[in-house]
Ligand binder design. Structure first.
Ligand SMILES: CC(C)(COP(=O)(O)OP(=O)(O)OC[C@H]1O[C@@H](n2cnc3c(N)ncnc32)[C@H](O)[C@@H]1OP(=O)(O)O)[C@@H](O)C(=O)NCCC(=O)NCCS
Length: 122
């Protein structure tokens, strides 16, 4: 079934949280951490990735309980285009036929929109 998820977040909220290394480790995949911390504007990259995770949650709420934050993450290709990746429960419980993601950040806010074509396996 084709489903969409969207989330918007205040970058200042994440800017405070990422001062705490255990927050970063809990919520972000190593690929997301590596990508974000190499930027002078790390908070906007973390924030938009957090928004993408929330958007994934909106889509998968009906299918999976207790999603791990690390089970979905963004990886950018050589052109900078973001792609969604999955592991853990998401891969075990769903066949994911297609995904698409678009990210944007302004000075204050970050927004993620995702589209997923998923088939429950159980
Ligand atoms: C891609 C582009 C449209 C982004 O627009 P923008 O207004 O600068 O920035 P936004 O805040 O709206 O979006 C940023 C997000 O766009 C996404 N993005 C980057 N390149 C992309 C691409 N080729 N296709 C789709 N999305 C892309 C990224 O997810 C980025 O966020 P992230 O770095 O945190 O992952 C713009 O940078 C562009 O036209 N790039 C063309 C290629 C280019 O100029 N490259 C520069 C090489 S030095």
């Amino acid at each position: 079934m084709l489903e969409t998820g969207i989330d918007i977040i205040e970058i200042s909220r994440i800017e405070k949280s990422i001062q705490n290394p255990s927050f970063v480790k809990k919520y972000f995949h190593p690929i997301e951490i590596e990508y974000s911390i190499k930027s002078k504007k790390a908070a906007q990259h973390f924030a938009v990735r957090f928004a993408a995770k929330e958007a994934v949650r909106k889509v998968l709420l009906d299918h999976i309980d207790n999603l791990s934050w690390q089970d979905s993450w963004i990886e950018n290709d050589e052109n900078g285009k973001p792609h969604l990746n999955f592991s853990g429960k998401i891969k075990e419980m769903l066949e994911i036929k297609h995904t698409s993601v678009s990210l944007s950040h302004s000075k204050d806010q970050a927004i993620a929109i995702i589209l997923m074509d998923v088939i429950p396996l159980r």
